[in-house]
Design a protein around this ligand. Structure first.
Ligand SMILES: Cc1cc2nc3c(=O)[nH]c(=O)nc-3n(C[C@H](O)[C@H](O)[C@H](O)COP(=O)(O)OP(=O)(O)OC[C@H]3O[C@@H](n4cnc5c(N)ncnc54)[C@H](O)[C@@H]3O)c2cc1C
Length: 418
């Protein structure tokens, strides 16, 4: 019988396209590999930040060397081509071990490079990312991640066909580990634009900030002082920034959701094991109904949200018009559910679940970070609500009023917070 993350995934075989016995066995191999790698390269909370950061990169590189990083990367991008939903399940397995492992598999933010880079930039970066290099993303600024339209990082034309970009990005994860960033800024004509940014470019400096969770990766400010962007670095076309951002996060947010749910599943298994041990050794005569209800309810919530995350990721992969709405809603819901479940399950352990070294404390801190990262939740629910009201038919059931077309791209809706 399977254990750990794979035990949660087995029952999904009938509902996740492509999750046959062979693919499940490969996910189990991936999961085993993670167990082995974490023994060799621990990322425990007590280790020095630099050690954890180094080990997280080593895990990604080793998985790449074992052909396990790109299982669900499309074959056209150099991967094994498993169906899109499988990437969500791999993320779940990562989260089950440690939320920081969210960058251990797949292209991550490098998906923007795979999909939208010029051939020159793609050839430069895609093989490196598939070999384990870490891609980061730099969008948020001090005026707020929910106000991407107000981006102040700005390019000026240098006269030789290149641009010089200046500005400050904040709350940037993978700050020192990323080999490459997908950078969002305004073009000389003021349009939101994205470009590939070599992390070793002249004119970049960094200011570390200590996070309260997800602290395996360096985090903080990325400062740009006249950094050169060449035409071949532009993702898509100048002015495509908002379109790329929305499309990318429609696919990326479900993966964050699945990672968060994997972490909650680990806390669930731990809490259930603690209760079973206490009953077995006679510390408690029987497990109270209140504890059983919490176990049952959180188990159902995690499973339901995981199916939602898989569906959302598949919708994004197939370009479904509702993919963005699903991505926003599912990420916010899943991270909320995961955080609440981990908090409630921790109480079942008593004070042992409150020690600084306990799994529940560590997971809750990491999940807390995911309530902000990749889209703060009030903003995501608001975006989903706005899409839903826009697509709603302004007629009550039984009446014949034709739908009034509504613009989907109002400036306010375009605040695709990161
Ligand atoms: C661990 C972590 C990792 C991250 N990694 C990255 C990264 O790699 N790259 C990156 O670009 N960003 C990253 N971020 C930033 C993240 O995307 C942002 O935190 C998020 O988008 C929210 O933006 P903000 O924090 O600036 O909050 P704000 O945009 O300032 O919003 C804060 C609150 O104010 C509300 N608000 C906004 N406007 C109004 C208004 N007019 N009236 C009332 N309320 C308002 C919002 O709805 C929200 O509730 C990361 C964040 C964290 C915590």
């Amino acid at each position: 019988m399977s254990t750990g993350a794979v035990r949660w995934l087995e029952p999904l075989q009938r509902s996740v396209p492509g999750l046959g016995t062979g693919v499940l066995a490969r996910i189990a191999r991936f999961d085993d590999a993670l167990t082995g790698l974490l023994a060799a390269f621990p990322v425990d909370h007590g280790l020095a930040p630099e050690t954890r950061s180094l080990h997280l990169r080593q895990v990604r590189q080793r998985l790449a060397a074992d052909s396990l990083l790109s299982l669900a990367v499309p074959a056209r991008h150099g991967g094994h081509g498993y169906p899109a939903g499988i990437q969500a399940l791999l993320q779940f397995a990562c989260g089950y071990h440690d939320v920081n492992l969210r960058d251990s598999t797949g292209l991550g933010h490098g998906q923007l490079i795979a999909d939208h880079a010029t051939p020159q930039a793609r050839d430069r970066w895609l093989p490196a990312i598939l070999a384990g290099a870490v891609p980061g993303i730099a969008i948020t600024e001090s005026q707020g991640g929910t106000r991407v339209h107000a981006t102040t990082t700005h390019a000026v034309a240098a006269g030789d066909g290149t641009w010089r970009v200046t500005g400050v990005k904040t709350w940037i994860s993978r700050l020192t580990e990323a080999a490459v960033f997908c950078l969002f800024f305004t073009s000389p004509s003021g349009q939101l634009t994205a470009a590939v940014l070599d992390a070793s470019s002249a004119g970049l400096s960094r200011q570390l900030i200590t996070p309260a969770g997800l602290s395996g990766w360096a985090w903080g400010e990325l400062r740009l002082d006249q950094v050169t962007i060449r035409p071949c670095d532009i993702l898509g076309q100048p002015g495509d920034g908002m379109r790329l951002l929305r499309g990318h996060f429609a696919a990326y947010r479900p993966l964050v959701a699945a990672t968060a749910l994997g972490a909650a599943a680990a806390v669930h298994d731990h809490a259930a094991a603690v209760l079973a041990c206490r009953r077995h050794d006679g510390t408690i005569p029987r497990v109270r109904d209140s504890a059983l209800i919490t176990l049952g309810r959180t188990w159902a919530q995690v499973n339901a949200a995981l199916l939602g995350a898989v569906t959302a990721h598949q919708l994004a992969a197939t370009g479904h018009p509702d993919a963005e709405t699903w991505g926003c809603g599912v990420k916010a819901h899943a991270a909320d559910i995961a955080y609440q479940a981990a908090s409630e399950l921790a109480l079942l352990e008593g004070a042992a679940g409150f020690t600084a070294s306990s799994l529940a404390v560590k997971v809750r801190a990491d999940l807390n970070a995911l309530l902000y990262a990749d889209g703060i939740h009030d903003s995501l629910y608001r975006s989903a609500g706005r899409n839903l009201i826009t697509s709603a038919t302004p007629a009550l059931p039984g009446t014949a009023t034709a739908p009034i077309p509504q613009p989907r791209d109002s400036p306010d809706q375009a605040l695709a917070s990161t």
